[in-house]
Design a protein around this ligand. Structure first.
Ligand SMILES: Cc1cc2nc3c(=O)[nH]c(=O)nc-3n(C[C@H](O)[C@H](O)[C@H](O)COP(=O)(O)OP(=O)(O)OC[C@H]3O[C@@H](n4cnc5c(N)ncnc54)[C@H](O)[C@@H]3O)c2cc1C
Length: 396
């Protein structure tokens, strides 16, 4: 059986960052990713100021800057019904080295981390390797079963996202938080470069956002859950019309959308574990707290989880003194940021939820009403948040 100190399951933003940081701290780390590459689409393309600052601290900032990307300094919401524009987040006033969100295809970001990992002798990334469950011995998780054989590990970290296998097989159950809508994602040819702001157009329960990519625009249509069958029955022309009403400037490009198969339905889920750890196992990122796309902040939160995990666990792992208490410290550090961001996401979503599925009352509503008149504060909370510093040995 293979042996490693830490087995990180899932090569998404949380897993790749955690693997890199631990390897730089002289800890043997094996990262398992079930896909053969990072080339999946619709995974969240937003790299926030706190992640950009982190890349500088890791001396990866220049490599990142060389990847073609778009900088966004404000997130606007425009009501199609009356043309009213609201600035949801304004990053221009943030006191941080990078007061903007970089829009980069997530595979470019993950490839950069994978390349940086390759330079570390203790980093072992295994692509096309799916974890099928954890191994239990005497009430403790002692490793994982994978499509390529078993791996023994002192610690297993589940960074395998919202449908986490590690979480389920370790007997951890998240509770679901009601969320009213799903997303339908598609791309259109002939990009129309929009620099400076990321705009969401809203009409009743629908929202459309357009993210510029190198050769095309990626569009995300958000509408109530349960609509997918209806959209497909109504057909392509009706879907084009829904989009055209929200963003008429795409009328020409919509002709390039040839079938509804090009429109991918993504189920949105918000959930959270009450306890993120057990003996020999820890969950972080979406495996601990699944995020909605609202505010484009899940990637950032997952990365910050990874940084805090590496900082808190590097020493006990190196000294062979890992205890449940060390794992509890990770949750203690990261629980509140996850609760706050999920609360804000829900409160923003409930504004366009006329069916009341996700009705939110009390402090969250008050907080979001307050923050919506202060776009810099909203940007500070979502785009920077509780900023984590990497463990000193991981810095360059
Ligand atoms: C429709 C939609 C749009 C979104 N848009 C944005 C956005 O624009 N910006 C943003 O910041 N956030 C966005 N989010 C949220 C964001 O995608 C997540 O919060 C973020 O990706 C979490 O990172 P993670 O590393 O925890 O998990 P993930 O990114 O989900 O990564 C998990 C990884 O684990 C791998 N994996 C899964 N199971 C196994 C297994 N058994 N064995 C091995 N590997 C496995 C997966 O292949 C994947 O690579 C969006 C979410 C949704 C649903």
């Amino acid at each position: 059986m293979d042996n490693t100190q830490v087995c990180v399951v899932g090569g998404g933003p949380a897993g790749m960052m955690l693997g890199l940081l631990l390897a730089r701290c002289d800890i043997d780390v094996t990262v398992l990713e079930k896909h053969g590459d990072f080339l999946r689409d619709f995974r969240g393309d937003t790299v926030h100021p706190s992640t950009l600052r982190l890349l500088d601290q890791l001396e990866l900032g220049e490599e990142f800057a060389a990847i073609p990307h778009t900088k966004v300094q404000a997130i606007d919401s425009v009501s199609v019904a009356d043309g009213r524009r609201a600035v949801l987040g304004d990053l221009t006033g943030l006191r941080t080295p990078h007061p903007y969100i970089s829009l980069v295809p997530q595979w470019d970001f993950l490839n950069l981390l994978a390349e940086a990992g390759k330079r570390e002798p203790r980093f072992d990334l295994r692509m096309s390797t799916e974890c099928t469950g954890v191994i239990h011995r005497n009430g403790k998780v002692t490793g994982v079963r994978t499509s390529e054989g078993d791996i023994a590990a002192q610690l297993v970290v589940g960074t395998d996202g919202r449908w986490s296998t590690v979480r389920t097989s370790a007997g951890m159950r998240p509770y679901e938080i009601p969320t009213p809508s799903d997303s339908w994602i598609f791309r259109l040819e002939h990009p129309e470069e929009r620099l400076g702001t990321l705009e969401a157009r809203t009409l009743r329960e629908q929202t459309l956002t357009a993210t510029p990519r190198r050769d095309y625009v990626q569009l995300a249509y958000r509408a109530p859950k349960g609509l997918d069958n209806r959209l497909r029955t109504e057909g392509l022309d009706s879907f084009r019309e829904r989009v055209r009403v929200l963003m008429p400037e795409f009328t020409e490009q919509l002709r390039g959308l040839e079938t509804m198969d090009e429109v991918k339905h993504l189920s949105v889920r918000i959930s959270r574990l009450r306890r993120w750890f057990g003996r020999g196992v820890l969950c972080i990122g979406d495996a601990a707290h699944a995020m909605s796309p609202m505010g484009g902040v899940g990637v950032n939160l997952a990365v910050q989880d990874a940084v805090a995990t590496a900082r808190i666990l590097a020493k006990p792992l190196r000294d062979n003194k890992l205890s449940p208490r060390s794992l509890a410290l990770v949750q203690a550090r990261r629980y509140l940021p996850a609760v706050v961001v999920q609360g804000i996401q829900r409160a923003i979503e409930s504004r366009t939820d006329h069916r009341g599925t996700s009705e939110i009352r009390g402090p969250w509503k008050t907080a979001v009403n307050f923050l919506s008149t202060r776009p810099t504060a909203m940007a500070r909370l979502l785009a920077v948040g509780l900023q984590e510093n990497p463990p000193p040995p991981a810095r360059r």
